[in-house]
Design a binder for this molecule. Structure first.
Ligand SMILES: C[S@@+](CC[C@H](N)C(=O)[O-])C[C@H]1O[C@@H](n2cnc3c(N)ncnc32)[C@H](O)[C@@H]1O
Length: 263
């Protein structure tokens, strides 16, 4: 199946409602984790796949100089709109439209972050290797990388648990209930990719559907040892690894949260 791994980020309700549905579940506490890491490792900071600035803006608010790179203009537009509300941050934030597998910035960074599984939208092993090498070239000697992936849950991809309950939230602008449903999932065991079709609906107080859109994305899963080898191959030494943002030890089917240092 040939699909665009990033169709989701091309615009529409998925982008508009992105922040409402990101940051819970296995990602709980991630922003605080990145803030603590930034206090520990310092800046300047490079965030790859910065999206709507969900992580970038809190970092800038703590006084860090941050560059956010993303492939999606609609996601960057949302980050830029948020930054217009905080003019005091503009002199320490730069948003760059670009591809994490091939980018070139004049600057070098003390810390690079790839939060919320953005790295997994790079769906080929070659692309993933290129991204880590390119990030490595943008780190100062001894600089750090924090990479967050999901650890593959094979029961979810190939077992019986196919339905995921719809999630609902309240739209901060209209006050309407908005619902996000994973309507289909296809896992490709050979390519190590999972493709999801998602539906977004906006409902009025009577439960009538006012707007409905479907979109999709694909992510590539890496086994834990594969990620460890990939980091080693591209010039990093693993410092810490966790299965969540409370620093729990590595575990099956949870997060693969890596802290690595440029060798
Ligand atoms: C799950 S969102 C994460 C956004 C943000 N970092 C956060 O934590 O909320 C993934 C982001 O990665 C971006 N992305 C996907 N592939 C990319 C690539 N090759 N280079 C740069 N950004 C990419 C998408 O456009 C999207 O904004």
């Amino acid at each position: 199946m040939k699909t665009d791994p990033n169709a989701y980020y091309a615009g529409g309700l998925g982008v508009e409602l992105y922040d409402l549905f990101t940051g819970g579940g296995l990602l709980s506490g991630d922003v605080e984790f990145y803030l603590e890491s930034a206090r520990r490792f310092g800046g300047p900071i490079l965030e790859l796949g910065t999206g709507t600035g969900r992580v970038l803006i809190p970092l800038a608010r703590e006084g860090h100089e941050v560059v956010g790179l993303d492939l999606s203009r609609p996601m960057l537009n949302l980050a830029a709109a948020k930054l217009r509300e905080h003019p005091e941050l503009t002199n320490r934030v730069r948003l760059v439209e670009g591809d994490m597998t091939r980018f070139s910035l004049e600057q070098r960074f003390a810390l690079a972050l790839v939060p919320a599984r953005s790295f997994q939208h790079v769906v080929t092993p070659e692309g993933q290797r290129m991204a880590l090498s390119c990030i490595r070239q943008h780190l100062i000697p001894g600089g750090h990388l924090i990479l967050d992936l999901f650890d593959p849950n094979f029961e979810l991809f190939f077992g019986d648990i196919n339905e995921v309950s719809p999630r609902e939230a309240r739209h901060p602008g209209s006050g309407h209930v908005v619902r996000r449903t994973v309507v289909a999932r296809h896992a490709d065991a050979f390519r190590q990719t999972v493709h999801e079709a998602l539906r977004f609906e906006e409902l009025d107080t009577g439960g009538n559907v006012l707007a409905c859109e479907e979109t999709s994305w694909s992510l590539r899963w890496n086994t834990r040892q594969e990620t460890a080898y990939l980091l080693e191959l591209t010039g990093y030494e693993v410092v810490d690894q966790y299965s969540d943002f409370n620093r729990s030890p590595p575990d099956y089917g949870r997060e693969q949260l890596w802290v690595a240092r440029a060798r």
